[in-house]
Design a protein around this ligand. Structure first.
Ligand code: ZN
Ligand code: ZN
Length: 363
């Protein structure tokens, strides 16, 4: 079961909406930290003509793709931001209704992810919350489980602590919103297949507070923080169109995990299941048979656990490897935590392996 791992970021803004830098400069930042792909997601604009491999022999190459982040501009307060990947056309015209938008993206062969579903406002900064409001809507590909910038807002309780935290974000960031993890588990428990991704929501914004002027969260910092790792069955080829399809099809299946690289490099994490006659990786389905063995392999010693619908079913501290035999169908996710600067932080979040009941079994 060979798999090839590619690391990239799926939530990035440029001056086509409210970001600071254009595509080439952002691609340079991605090359600096060694990302394999980036997808631009400006607000309600799909920018054509920018896709391709950027870089050179010295720095390597990064695959640059064009998506968008769509929302209904006429609806206030703002809500329901959706990341659209691979639709290959402008779909912002469907923004007035979340169901129609998701349907249009699906029809176009694209992927739709509800962005920052539990986004909260920051009152003293005048920052509004932009959550997922229309929760009755289904049919989307997945959820943005960990949006770095949205989550960071939860660590800005007041002006004084904000100045400290903005200069030392590594100290305060501990993991994604617990509300979003609960939401993910609830949707999985209802039987939905929901692909989890992580993203930067990079803007490269300059903020001035009194005498301090500071690029808050430059692109290269965010690209070395929360990323999505995609596992493909064959390697990328260097052909933009072919590789885009390969990456997005793997992502559609959920063959992906979220990695937070500040505590340590997350490349190399694997989560697999072995049944009687088959073996699968994260995102895939397997029949229960007489039992399925799940295995999570961390890139270094860490606190590993496997959960089913929010309940921890297996756990090991200071381990590189956790195995667990399951005898009950359900979606099983793996999580890895690593201690960094004295605090345990979420390091890796895998997509679930869906253990299906045996054919003919009544639930
Ligand atoms: Zn957004
Ligand atoms: Zn955004």
């Amino acid at each position: 079961m060979p798999s090839y791992e590619y690391v990239g970021n799926l939530h990035i803004h440029t001056p086509y909406s409210d970001g600071e830098h254009y595509h080439q400069a952002v691609a340079d930042a991605a090359l600096l930290v060694g990302l394999d792909f980036i997808t631009f997601t400006d607000h309600n604009v799909w920018v054509a003509g920018i896709e391709g491999y950027y870089g050179d022999d010295e720095r390597g190459f990064v695959l640059v793709l064009s998506g968008e982040e769509v929302h209904d501009r006429t609806r206030l307060p703002q809500c329901n931001h959706v990341l659209v990947l691979g639709a290959e056309s402008e779909v912002a015209g469907h923004a007035h209704d979340l169901s129609s938008l998701i349907e249009a993206v699906t029809q176009a062969g694209g992927l739709s992810f509800i962005a920052h579903p539990d986004d909260r406002g920051v009152d003293w900064l005048g920052e509004q919350s932009i959550p997922w409001t229309d929760r009755y809507v289904t049919g989307f590909t997945g959820l943005e489980i960990w949006n770095y910038m949205s989550r960071f807002k939860d660590f800005l309780p007041g002006r004084y602590s904000a100045i400290r935290n903005v200069f030392q974000p590594e100290d305060v960031m501990i993991g994604p919103s617990p509300d979003t993890l609960q939401l993910w588990d609830a949707l999985l428990e209802m039987g939905h297949r929901v692909v989890g991704i992580g993203g930067a929501d990079a803007h490269g914004t300059r903020v001035t507070m009194g005498p301090l002027s500071h690029i808050v969260f430059p692109y290269d910092f965010l690209f070395s923080s929360v990323n999505t790792h995609i596992l493909t069955k064959t390697p990328l080829t260097g052909d933009c169109e072919y590789d885009k399809t390969l990456l997005y099809e793997a992502l559609r299946e959920g063959r992906a995990f979220i990695g937070y690289d500040i505590p340590g490099n997350t490349r190399g994490f694997r989560y697999t299941a072995q049944g009687q006659n088959s073996a699968v990786i994260m995102g895939e389905r397997i029949h229960l048979g007489h039992g399925v063995t799940l295995q999570a392999l961390a890139p270094a010693r860490a606190h590993i656990r496997i959960t089913r619908c929010g309940e921890v079913v297996a756990e090991e501290k200071n381990a590189e490897n956790l195995t667990h035999v399951v005898r009950e169908p359900g979606p099983y996710r793996a999580e890895v935590f690593k201690t960094f600067r004295g605090l345990e932080r979420t390091w890796i979040l895998s997509n679930p392996i869906y253990v299906n009941p045996n054919p003919g079994t009544r639930l």
